[in-house]
Design a protein around this ligand. Structure first.
Ligand SMILES: [Zn+2]
Length: 182
């Protein structure tokens, strides 16, 4: 951040009384510009035992396979956000099932949250964000071509849960810190 979004004056990165870390401060209008992680909400779309992945048509990770998801918006629930993103990115119609994973993505200052997406049908359509869409069973997942580590973690966890009784008897969310994407 270089300029104050309130008054356009250059900001300083400085200590703030009573705070534990440096902040961007506008010393003209006295606004303290707090910066916090952004929430990415998405889902593992499921149809007849297979999961749907989208090949990214945009950066970052252009060309890699991804779970549908995106920035959580003000005024919606996490579940509504996951459904909206799946519709926007791939034309998917679904209801939301279990919470699969929550990830503190430290290097990107993001939180990733993934739900199970129970598809209403197998129809989808391509978009600029998703240039190829395909259903995969576990043995077909392109593990080396997944866009983000949270995708890998949620897909592995989803298949593990589905095979065991963990899915129905234990909390399925979990927290992982990772310092960089592969
Ligand atoms: Zn200002």
């Amino acid at each position: 951040m270089e300029y104050c979004s309130n008054c356009s004056h250059p900001v300083d990165y400085q200590a703030v009384e009573g705070d534990h870390r440096l902040r961007y401060v506008c010393n003209q209008c006295q606004t303290i510009h707090y910066q916090n992680p952004r929430i990415i909400v998405g889902c593992v779309p499921v149809w007849e035992g297979k999961v749907l992945l989208c090949r990214r048509g945009i950066e970052p990770q252009l060309g890699f396979w991804n779970l549908p998801g995106g920035f959580y918006e003000i005024g919606e629930s996490l579940e509504t956000g996951a459904m909206r993103e799946a519709m926007e990115e791939a034309g998917l119609s679904m209801s939301i099932g279990k919470l699969i994973g929550m990830y503190s993505v430290l290097h990107a200052a993001q939180v990733h949250i993934h739900y199970e997406g129970i598809l209403d049908h197998s129809k989808f359509h391509l978009t600029p964000e998703s240039t190829e869409i395909q259903f995969f069973d576990e043995s077909e997942i392109p593990w080396n071509e997944l866009a983000f580590q949270s995708n890998t973690l949620s897909l592995k966890h989803y298949f593990e849960c589905r095979k065991s009784d963990i899915w129905t008897t234990k909390r399925t969310e979990y927290y992982v810190n990772f310092e960089k994407e592969d």
